[in-house]
Design a protein around this ligand. Structure first.
Ligand code: NAG
Ligand code: NAG
Ligand code: NAG
Ligand code: NAG
Ligand code: NAG
Length: 953
């Protein structure tokens, strides 16, 4: 058997995924959840400010979307540790993990930038918005502008998958106008490019210098917008400018700017992307102004959970009853948080309450529940009898069944209408289809233990949650060994729990702590075929070693290690994983995403693998990458991704992810997060720059080394259909190479140097056969008529294996179009079966030295960015500017330019200097193969009521 757990049986965990509950009803967004983190100190003003923010955002959103969308009702989740109030209700299906907006401490102290966690493709929904308490309290208005407008900026990231139109990595570009322009949308936004420095109360304003390598402004140059102006677009550039009320649309969109919006969305404007969304297609503009949003205040309360366990006759097959009991014991002993209320119901053809709700405070309550687990499997299966009891709001039901019940459909609707959250764990391949329908989103797990281990509270403080450090299984013969190590890092160690299970005979077990001391004996539970050990206090940091020796043939041993945060003020390292969708039809590829974070800080350099197991137990192992190529949207954002195409059969597949940080390999990224609202560097007021704040410097060393760690996480399940039967015929090659998304170009003289990450024969696996490189003077021609563009000779270029760095140089000399200012370059890859990839992102090199600002007078808006300025000799112009402001140095430059003009053999140098000097890279959006995929994550069951008998206690 494979790295997966346990046997040939398939089991399904159907649980809620942590995705938004938001629904668009007519024109109003409903069920928006804004959650206040349990770590935020009590402050009633936060609630008032959230209400103000959403109310002003609603009006702004309505106008910005041409009277289409507004916020209709919003729930504010209040932490359990805040004082109660009669106006606070109990949440139903709303939970912290599903919140659209999280109000939580900054990722680093003092770093209050509001941002959206977004790592999927253009047009797809993002994960959540993170606001800090200081931001919500209005203490960051000077930095980011009014919070209502800002919320609309972030909402556009979250809901419609659009991207920013400013770019701090590429703040300037050389426009067709042959001028250096600030990256922005639209170009109608006016302002000044200046170096502005303040020291000891006095500030100086200087012209920007040009970097001789990039031919653009140097790093300390910033674009300062005019405080008073008339341009209305765009919200994704700087919604904080008073006049900005709209998104950039097809008419005023700036296709030249190296913005993420252009890179990710194939040069489409934000409004074009929004107009293509399902939300937009399903609405028409409203005539009347919208009502103000309605708020519900929901206070998290104690977790109430009922285990509803199937003990019907079919549970006696394949050791199911015992495996259920192992997993349930693990859940009760380790996963469930102290303070939770837990009850237990058994069912076969009828249900009976085996334990009333009791509050878990210590081992004695746990033991009482353990005694109530079923011992005999007998009778029919009636899932409905197990769950059709009155429920109370927000209570959870963990329903475990082998699902062999054809009458399930009869209660599916009632369950959907009810108020409880149902986590369904279905065992075996026969789970009735109605069972799957009752829950709206599903996750197959290879191990019951993983499935139960994933059922941590969706509202608990992350520092209280049980985290899985290891979960593995092996099939062994008599006397053979399962030897391995587990790393306990300093962010965890409290409540560390080692669990071993077997099928036939108890193995011999040894566990050594990092000092090499043998630990005390495990508690053996021979009836349930498991042994466990809880390390008292905080487990020693370091590498723990274990040796298990099987005592029977074809024995299956499993090892699970979990722990909790060592210190409630240090967020633990966490991993979570998902597929880009829940259902898929062959041959469309899927994407695996795994996020590795510490609190909100991305962890880079970890080794992350996905283990994908099919219904019949076939396992694929994929190395996930954070390289910004292929399936991965952003390099170094702590999200590791990969295409998955190795479908072996129809049916369910289950995803599990392991992340490992070796010695000196993993780092915390301290970079500003992506997809945030633009920081206001200052305003130009009456021709002068006014600055109200200075942004805290990010340290030069923007990464800190992290200790060794290991984590495993269950990533849920997905269903694949239409896979052809391959028993007699091999599958035809249906997978093209993935799109290149990181093509970059630089120039030296008339030589253009390209770099990119190699795609593979099948998306990002294998080696492509050939690259087709084409160039054009028009970005849109190249995008829309790639096959007609001039092809570059690539006979010397032999492709490398997927994910290697590729480089290629060619001479630009032979481009024949006239009057071009830039050369645009794109690549298409071809595989062995002649399948072609999507055309890459478009890289460009400018064929001129761009103009700097025209001098000490005010820079004017450029109403016609496409128009060039033929009267300016750009070289001279730069010299003049530079000389005006940088005296001596610039004199040197002038003499140098004259010098090379005099000496013929240097003429070609001038060509270099004036020629191809500037590089910029634009990427197309990643392939939008899944845009129309059925979104299973939106619907969620919510109950009205908990087992009556149970609640009475
Ligand atoms: C000019 O830009 C290059 C490339 O970004 C950079 O390495 C170099 O340090 C810059 N030079 C100056 C003087 O800032
Ligand atoms: C483990 O060893 C370290 C030094 O190697 C020592 O400081 C520590 O006290 C030891 N811990 C235990 C629990 O023995
Ligand atoms: C596993 O560990 C045990 C005890 O440390 C050792 O005796 C045995 O040789 C090891 N087996 C393998 C295959 O490494
Ligand atoms: C396993 O091996 C031990 C000794 O090596 C032997 O005593 C025992 O009978 C074997 N068990 C099985 C199930 O083969
Ligand atoms: C600077 O801040 C003050 C007070 O917050 C405000 O009145 C003023 O308008 C701000 N100035 C600019 C240029 O934003």
């Amino acid at each position: 058997l494979t790295p997966g757990l346990v046997s040939l049986l398939v089991l399904f965990l159907l649980q809620r995924s942590n995705t938004s509950l938001v629904r668009l009803n007519d024109n109003g967004y409903e069920d928006l959840v804004i959650a206040i983190d349990p770590g935020v100190p009590e402050d009633g003003k936060l609630i008032e400010q959230i209400k103000d923010m959403v109310t002003t955002a609603s009006t702004y959103l309505f106008e910005a979307t041409q009277k289409r969308f507004f916020f209709k009702n919003v729930s504010i989740l209040i932490p359990e540790n805040w004082e109660g109030s009669p106006e606070y209700k109990r949440p139903k299906h709303e939970s912290y993990e599903q919140a659209d907006v999280r109000v939580a401490a900054p990722a680093l102290p003092g770093r209050d930038e509001p941002y959206t966690r977004q790592f999927t493709e253009c047009g797809e929904k993002a994960e959540y918005i993170h606001f800090t308490p200081d931001f919500v309290l209005g203490k960051k208005q000077n930095e980011y502008g009014p919070s209502g407008r800002l919320f609309v900026h972030e909402w556009a990231h979250l809901r419609w998958g659009v991207f920013d139109e400013y770019n701090e990595q590429k703040p300037f570009y050389s426009g067709k106008s042959k001028k250096i322009e600030a990256t922005r949308c639209s170009t109608g936004i006016t302002g000044k490019n200046r170096v502005y420095k303040c020291q000891g109360g006095s500030c100086t304003e200087n012209f920007c210098k040009i970097n001789s390598t990039t031919k653009l402004y140097e790093k300390d140059c910033q674009f300062f917008p005019n405080k008073v102006q008339t341009e209305k677009a765009s919200i994704m550039f700087m919604q904080s400018i008073d006049s900005v009320l709209e998104f950039c649309n097809a008419e005023n969109h700036n296709q030249e700017a190296p913005s993420l919006q252009n890179i990710k969305c194939n040069f489409r404007s934000t409004w074009e992307v929004i107009s293509n969304s399902e939300d937009f297609k399903n609405t028409t503009p409203m005539a009347a102004p919208p009502p103000p949003p309605v708020f519900s205040l929901l206070r998290i309360s104690e977790r109430i959970l009922c285990l509803v366990l199937d003990k019907s006759g079919s549970m006696s097959l394949y050791n199911r009853l015992n495996r259920m009991n192992q997993a349930a014991k693990y859940f009760l002993l380790q996963t469930v948080e102290n303070g939770s209320w837990v009850g237990m119901v058994h069912f076969d053809s009828a249900a009976s309450v085996k334990s009333e709700l009791i509050q878990i405070k210590s081992d004695s309550e746990k033991n009482k529940l353990l005694e109530s687990l079923p011992t005999v499997a007998l009778g029919g299966t009636s899932i409905c009898s197990g769950i059709l009891n009155p429920q109370i709001d927000g209570s959870e039901i963990v329903l475990l069944t082998d699902g062999e019940d054809s009458t399930t459909g009869s209660c599916a609707d009632a369950v959907k209408q009810s108020g409880a959250v149902i986590h369904l764990i279905a065992l075996g391949p026969n789970a009735d289809s109605a069972v799957t329908e009752m829950t709206t989103d599903e996750a197959v797990n290879n191990g019951l233990i993983d499935a139960f281990g994933a059922l941590t509270s969706e509202n608990a403080d992350p520092t209280q949650k049980s985290l899985q450090l290891e979960s593995k299984g092996l099939t062994l013969n008599n006397d053979t060994w399962m030897n391995d190590t587990v790393i306990i890092d300093s962010t965890v160690g409290k409540d560390t729990f080692f669990l071993i299970t077997w099928e036939k005979q108890p193995p011999s077990i040894s566990l050594w702590n990092p000092n090499g001391t043998l630990t005390e004996a495990f508690t053996q539970d021979t009836l349930s075929k498991m042994a466990y050990l809880r390390i008292p206090g905080t487990a020693q940091v370091g590498t723990w070693t274990y040796s298990l020796q099987a005592k029977a043939n074809t024995e299956i041993l499993t090892m699970t290690v979990t722990s909790r945060a060592a210190n409630s003020s240090v967020p633990p390292i966490t991993v979570n994983a998902k597929m880009n969708k829940d259902t898929n039809s062959f041959p469309s590829p899927m994407i695996v995403y795994a996020q590795v974070l510490q609190g909100y800080l991305p962890i880079l350099g970890a080794s992350v693998t996905a283990i994908i197991e099919s219904n019949s137990g076939k396992t694929q192992v994929l190395e996930l990458l954070d390289n910004g190529a292929g399936a991965d949207s952003f390099k170094d954002d702590g999200v590791y991704s990969r295409y998955f195409t190795s479908y072996s059969e129809n049916g369910r597949y289950n995803l599990k992810v392991r992340a490992h940080g070796g010695t000196d390999s993993a780092r915390r990224s301290l970079q500003y997060p992506l997809n945030r609202a633009a920081y206001i560097p200052g305003w130009v007021v009456d021709g002068k720059i006014e600055q109200n704040t200075t942004r805290p410097e990010t340290t030069e060393d923007t990464q800190t080394i992290l200790e060794n760690f290991s984590r495993t996480a269950s990533g849920g399940a997905f269903v694949v259909s239409q896979v052809p039967d391959t028993t007699n015929v091999p599958l035809p090659d249906l997978f093209p190479p993935s799109q290149i998304t990181d093509l970059d170009a630089t120039s030296e003289g008339d030589q253009i140097n390209l770099t990119w990450t190699a795609p593979g024969d099948n998306f990002d696996v294998g080696t492509v056969r050939q690259y087709i490189i084409r160039i054009s003077g028009s970005i849109i021609d190249l995008r829309d008529n790639f096959d007609d563009a001039l092809q570059v000779n690539t006979t010397d270029l032999s492709p490398k294996e997927a994910n290697s760095k590729e480089t290629f140089a060619f001479k630009s000399g032979n481009i024949s179009e006239e009057n071009i200012t830039h050369i645009f370059i794109a690549i298409q890859s071809v595989d062995k079966s002649n399948l072609t990839s999507k055309v890459s992102n478009i890289a460009q090199v400018a064929l001129f030295i761009p103009q700097a600002d025209p001098g000490p007078d005010e820079s004017q808006p450029n109403p016609n960015p496409g128009e060039s300025h033929p009267n300016h000799d750009s070289g001279v112009n730069i010299s003049t500017v530079v000389c005006q402001w940088w005296g001596l140095l610039c004199l040197l430059w002038l003499s140098f330019t004259s010098f090379i003009k005099v000496i013929p053999k240097f003429i070609f140098f001038e060509a270099i200097v004036n020629g191809i000097v500037f590089l910029i890279s634009l990427s197309e959006d990643l392939s939008l193969i899944y845009r129309n995929a059925f979104d299973l994550w939106v619907l969620i069951l919510y109950p009205t009521t908990l087992l009556n008998s149970v609640t009475s206690s």
